[in-house]
Design a binder for this molecule. Structure first.
Ligand code: FAD
Length: 406
């Protein structure tokens, strides 16, 4: 028995190993990960870790002893370079080949590069790995003026930290609002207002033409000729799925490694999970989605582990996500984009607000800002396929919890 080999020892890869053991799988499990060290969680990199509230060991998904106890072999610092599908072997950069009965691709995603002159200057950072977080954190300690390119989750989380530290912070965004791909315009406006109140300056509709050096960055040049002075720049313009291995092995790639509703590729011996995989989702009316979240990585891994231990089922877990930005705790349940109707429940001035998003007359998802109870209710509603009427969702007197529990 060759066992199960996983490419990628991140959130999804780790969870697959853990879930295989929970499901009673007794064969060999090997996680091949190109990063050094044990599998760790990324969310704190732009939150508690960046603030110095947790250290590197605190990021580990499990202590070292766990891997030995559960017979999970972690080949850290090893890059997988090719899949020989006919021979069912995975080739590593070291030249070694690992034979597998089943291969799971959990390769995650990588930072989208900023395609402008000066992107490689000293003082310009991206944030995906622990190594990148360490470099950024060290630079932040001496920074006086920070510019963030991209008003996505990571950019906004980092901006909130800069504001908390009293560092001048400008967020430059090509669209006309923050989180353009991720939240409703109603929620985006609330988030923007909170960041502005904390001292963050936004430049919307602004394209970056280049980063100005000569050696260290001193400014961001905008396409309209303006310059934004900055001695530290964080580029947070999204990620690209790591699907090259799959592509080279002639597996189908469509905004990530294309898998079916069970997260299986067309090769019966290969599955894909986490950030790198795109799959048809019941929460998007069957449309193919690729989701970058801890929940998607964890629940996808559980789904595949269950299938590989003889209980196949489609991946239908309700997607959910969170982002902490200074005083804001944003939680999203479901897939809100696109939606054709959004109604508010609650009041940001009185604790928090949720935005209920509807698509085709049904609840598609709920965005909650500092209203964690709504988030939990939304997850239950979506799991059960229940949809409050929009006027019920907006009515503070309507018992939405009772509907979720009914
Ligand atoms: P990863 O955890 O990225 O793991 C993939 C691993 O595969 C990597 O270690 C990579 O090096 C390795 N790899 C790739 N190719 C190869 C190869 N050929 N050979 C060997 N190894 C390879 N999500 C949330 O839900 N909430 C949050 O608040 C949140 N905050 C985040 C903050 C930051 C700073 C970042 C970067 C992400 C955040 N996310 C958050 C997203 C979340 O961390 C990811 O969605 C999740 O890690 C995806 O898990 P994964 O296993 O698919 O990928």
């Amino acid at each position: 028995m060759n066992g199960i080999v996983v490419v990628g020892a991140g959130q999804a890869g780790f969870q697959l190993g853990a879930s295989l053991r929970e499901s009673g799988y007794a064969g060999p499990v090997t996680l091949v990960g190109e990063e050094p060290g044990l599998p760790y969680g990324r969310p704190p990199l732009s939150k508690a870790y960046m603030l110095g509230k947790t250290d590197a060991p605190g990021l580990s998904l499990r202590p070292e002893a766990y891997f030995a106890e559960h017979r999970l072999i972690v080949r850290a610092g090893e890059r997988a370079v090719a899949i020989d599908r006919a021979a069912r072997r995975l080739r590593l950069a070291s030249g070694e080949a690992l034979a597998y009965d089943h291969l799971v691709l959990a390769t995650g995603s990588r930072n989208r590069p900023l395609p402008v002159p000066g992107a490689g200057l000293a003082g310009v950072y991206q944030l995906r790995t622990l190594a990148e977080a360490d470099a950024l954190k060290a630079a932040l300690a001496g920074a006086r003026a920070v510019a963030v390119v991209g008003a996505g989750f990571i950019g906004l989380e980092f901006a909130a930290i800069c504001a908390q530290k009293g560092i001048s912070i400008t967020v430059i965004e090509g669209l006309d609002r923050p989180l353009g791909r991720s939240v409703s315009s109603t929620m985006a406006a609330l988030i923007e207002a909170s960041h502005v109140a904390s001292g963050t300056r936004f430049l919307f509709g602004s394209a970056v033409a280049g980063l100005v050096g000569p050696d260290r960055v001193r400014a961001v040049a905008l396409a309209d000729g303006r310059e934004v002075a900055a001695d530290l720049v964080l580029v947070g313009i999204g990620v690209l799925p790591n699907d090259d291995l799959a592509k080279a092995a002639a597996l189908r790639v469509e905004n990530g490694i294309a898998v079916d509703a069970m997260l299986a590729t067309a090769d019966p011996a290969i599955s894909a999970i986490g950030d790198c995989a795109s799959f048809p989702s019941v929460h998007a009316d069957g449309a193919r989605v690729r989701i970058e979240s801890v929940q998607n990585a964890v629940d996808g891994a559980r789904c595949v582990a269950t299938r590989l231990t003889g209980r196949p089922a489609a991946f239908t877990a309700v997607p959910w996500f969170w982002s902490d930005q200074g005083p804001l705790k944003l939680q999203i349940a479901g897939l809100c984009q696109p939606h054709d109707l959004a109604v508010r429940r609650g009041d940001p001035e009185q604790g928090g607000v949720s935005v209920f998003c509807y698509r085709g007359g049904r609840l598609a998802g709920v965005e909650s800002l500092n209203r964690p109870a709504d988030h939990m209710i939304a997850r239950r509603l979506l799991q059960a396929g229940r949809s409050p009427m929009p006027d019920q969702a907006a009515d503070p007197g309507f018992d939405i919890k009772a509907l979720a529990l009914s």
